[in-house]
Ligand binder design. Sequence first.
Ligand SMILES: Nc1ncnc2c1ncn2[C@@H]1O[C@H](COP(=O)(O)OP(=O)(O)OP(=O)(O)O)[C@@H](O)[C@H]1O
Length: 661
Amino acid sequence: MAETVTLSIADSFYKAKDRLTAAERALVMESLLLFAQNPRHNSLNLEKIHNGFWSTRVNRDIRIILYPYGKAWIVAYCDHHDKAYEWAERHRVEVHPVTGELQFTRAEVVVVTVPREVEAPLARFDEDYLLSLGVPPDYLKPLRYATEDGVLELLDGLPQAIQERILDLLDGKPVVPPPRIQVQNPEELLAHPLIQRQFHLLQSLQEVRQALQGSWEAWRFFLHPLQQEVVKAHFGGPARVTGGAGTGKTVVAIHRTRTLAQRYPEARILLTTFNKGLAQRLKIALKGLAGEELPNVWVDNLHNLALRLYEEAYGRVHIWKEEEYRPVLEKLSQGLSFSSDFVLSEWEMADAWGLYTWEAYRGFSREGRGIPLSARERRSLFEVFQRVWEGMQAQGATTFSGVCHRVRTALEEGNLPRFRAVVADETQDFGPAELMLLRALAEEGADDLFLTLDPGQRIYKGPTSWRALGLEVQGRSRRLRVNYRTTREIGELAERTLPSQVEGEVRGSLALLRGSKPEIRGFPREEAALEELLRWLRWLLDQGLEPHQMAVLARTHNLSKRVGEGLQREGLLPQGLETDGEGVWCGTVHGAKGLEFRAVALFGATAGLFPLRTLLDRAADPQERALVEEKERSLLYVALSRPREYLWVGYWGEPSPYLPS
Ligand SMILES: Nc1ncnc2c1ncn2[C@@H]1O[C@H](COP(=O)(O)OP(=O)(O)OP(=O)(O)O)[C@@H](O)[C@H]1O
């Protein structure tokens, strides 16, 4: 009878499988399932190779690298034959003599000799301390004598947890040694909770099946201790989780939702976000994590949910967007001495805050609005605003802000049921109307609101004071710092575009992966940039990337359309960001919010596009201009923080003033 094997899947395996094609990954999965049932199956050709590692055959080319540990097999790596063997040759498995952690480390330690005049940043820490942090003994001296670049080079060969501790030291943060793991045998070690961060134990065939189902992403099993903390915490009220791009805010939102669904099995939980596409992705990811659709969880983008609730409470409604209300405002405000852009932005502010009565508008602090208004001017503006709202109402129409406010009222009056808890992702782009609605959607109490945001990616709305809205998060605010998405080279470049207003809040994420330098290229004309872009995409294909692992982003729809046509002419199939096909993704930076790709090209980081000249020209006053600039910088940050491995940036004529040199 075939034996059933205990597998422990290492995070290095999950990272490695991302470099294979979808078809190759499917074959790897089949082989692992077979291995779990019968490791000695003839077709697997299990054989011992280097450093105690074993190899098993997936097909003529692909190999999985395993390590027998106690009664289990650790699934360590997978790749094309030569690369897989090379990896095994370069790595070793050890239990750290002080921390007791199980570690995969690079076997050969690169010793970098430092010229005397260059500072070695870790020299001031003694060896015993570094050892207590889990640094392997043979890395101690090289690390202490290395330059900063040398340290980074050495860290590449160490487990993620050790990298994070050392990077924190470099950043001047105090690092407390981890508790020592004490176990009797390998089985206990593999099952130890502190080990689960890097080695995911699967004890039955069913667990193996579940783990390999769907997208089998690392984030489903391995959480950073801080991610784990916010996922599992019992919060006394609203909690806020910030972090730069790629720090796992969405991952945390999904895990938190599952935790809450289990914690409150009889209650309704809402998982929401900004747009429809992202909500769809959340839904799929949550199902992948939980293994099924959770019956007590609702997943929807906030505006869609608000619209459904509105219709439930009040009946059908037509939504007016700027194209509809702008001309009405322009017509009604003709007699006033303000520019139409100012009237529009003032009305949008009043609408967003729900200032539908004279008393509310008159008493509202317009602090931060550039143009001061006398009481009489306020009154005349309000009369115009009121006529717009009345006109809309007469036509059975309102804005999304209007929908949010009325739904909030229905919730507050008890005419609609609330959720026990609400988890919301991408909340930096929620304005006052949406944030007030979120508050009202959740019953007030423990674990009621869990909001994630990156203030550096605010691309739709201006900043809103949460406290003014009654969202008090003091003592329940956490910041994620490890950037899991991108290479250090790309992460650092992206951070240099951050608006100064938010730098303190999100700058300084730790990107642990290393990669090639991003390319920033200037061209005389758009056509020349397109030609070079096409060459770059072809080069990526030669590197083994598939078209759907690449994206070309542009500031405007028109430009993105032109790129798509260019790709098509060259035989590269483009696909929209909202689709799910096999082509190269093409779209606007706005459309790429929350997404990621192995390679990203930003086409047109050109002056006049970042910031978009038409938007800047329309800004009614200096404050608004500053806000437009902040949002445009954030947009550039969003674009540059989408790639995992490769980034290409092209401009023609003058580069964007926000582009780091
Ligand atoms: N603990 C983890 N282990 C492995 N991968 C992780 C982990 N947390 C996040 N990731 C990966 O990092 C990437 C970024 O995660 P996620 O999208 O949640 O970040 P984010 O902070 O929401 O990013 P953004 O704000 O840019 O949208 C994803 O590929 C995700 O799978």
